[in-house]
Design a protein around this ligand. Structure first.
Ligand code: UDP
Length: 341
């Protein structure tokens, strides 16, 4: 398939571009580089051993989006592009809603006009709210909900895509609910490169390990969990990337107009367990301090992964230690992330 990868220069997008090429698909990347660096493209081309076509524009521009579909025969879209920082979404809700919804509307209109039959959408485990029952199931009793504008944009888009697919007999949609993606490509050439102070746990630990930050703040040590810190379902980004390829192939024979899939491992790992796994990987101590809880954090989050196993034929295979070894290779080879030029 020829796959349009929106946000293909970003963290999950870049790993998925390589997984698609490995599986024999071709890609065109659309990215406005608002949260990614141009240097990723050369790295991807070196790893793929081929040129990767990239169109640098903002997908909220409907005319440009439509023109791209006029010039390329797109069999499927994988839509990663979107803003994703929870804290920033609380401060700038309108920016988040506008960008995350408008990019999707723009793609949907172009897909409708050109009869593009498949869409894989980046959703998030954040659609499981405080009332959802563990392990989180795609068909749980509780309706999906979220507690911040970022998460609500994902909930809204799941509804939008479900309604649009229901009304378009030719369109099939996979809604992929990512748990906590970490790690990097085993080459260490591509990985996660957050701008500013990392919001997420593993990029923060990696920056402490490489000497860019003094110590980790562990948000809360008094949760009702085995070691008092929160549990999350961390998934290796390479497993996640392969999950997208599986979802794309599933859409060829999908019967439901839109279907949600959890992409996780099904296991919870605590913040301190992750710190210790990273210490093993890096061979050095990670200084940390237990501080107050972070508002909005759920104590425990992990997936029921049976639907993805049964219907996508996909399961995560990489361990937490694999995730830390690969994250450390990327961070130690690229202490400051991608170069600017
Ligand atoms: N966390 C932490 N210190 C940090 C960043 C995160 O203790 O600097 C904790 C956070 O409270 C949560 C876990 O690590 O329990 C995962 O946080 P992250 O933001 O990576 O993912 P999410 O909360 O979205 O699942």
């Amino acid at each position: 398939m020829h796959v349009l990868v929106s946000g293909g220069a970003g963290y999950i997008g870049s790993h998925t571009v390589l997984a698609l090429i490995r599986a024999g698909h071709s890609v065109v990347v659309v990215d406005d580089f608002s949260n990614s660096k141009a240097a990723v493209v050369g790295r991807l081309e070196a790893l793929a051993g081929q040129q990767i076509p990239v169109q640098a524009f903002d997908l909220t521009d409907r005319d440009k989006t439509d023109r791209l579909f006029d010039t390329e025969h797109v069999d499927a879209v994988i839509h990663f592009a979107g803003f994703k920082a929870v804290g920033e979404s609380v401060a700038k809700p309108l920016t988040y809603y506008t960008n995350n919804l408008d990019t999707t509307f723009s793609l949907l209109r172009a897909m409708e006009r050109h009869g593009t039959p498949k869409l894989v959408f980046s959703s998030s485990a954040t659609v499981y709210g405080p009332r959802s029952v563990l392990p989180y199931r795609e068909d749980g009793e509780e309706p999906i909900e979220a507690v911040n504008p970022y998460g609500r944009s994902k909930v809204m888009l799941e509804h939008v895509l479900t309604d649009v697919a229901a009304a378009a007999p030719a369109l099939k949609v996979a809604l992929l609910r990512y748990f906590n993606p970490v790690g990097a490509h085993p080459s260490g050439m591509i990985g996660e490169d957050p701008g500013g102070i990392p919001n997420n746990l593993v990029p923060y630990i990696a920056q402490v390990a490489v000497g860019r930050r003094e110590k980790l703040s562990v948000f809360g040590g008094d949760y009702d969990t085995p070691d008092g810190t929160c549990l999350r379902d961390y998934i290796h980004v390479e497993d996640l990337a392969e999950g997208h390829v599986a979802a794309l192939e599933y859409l060829t024979t999908a019967t439901e107009p839109a279907r949600a899939f959890n992409l996780g491992t099904g296991h919870g790992t605590s913040v301190l367990e992750m710190v210790h796994a990273f210490e093993r990987a890096a061979g050095r101590p990670i200084p940390y301090e237990i501080v107050d809880r972070r508002p909005g954090d759920l104590p425990v989050s992990y997936a029921d992964v049976s639907r993805a196993a049964a219907e996508l034929g996909w399961r995560a295979t990489r361990s937490v230690d694999d995730m830390c070894v690969d994250a450390w290779r990327w961070q130690s080879q690229n202490p400051e992330g991608y170069p600017d030029a």
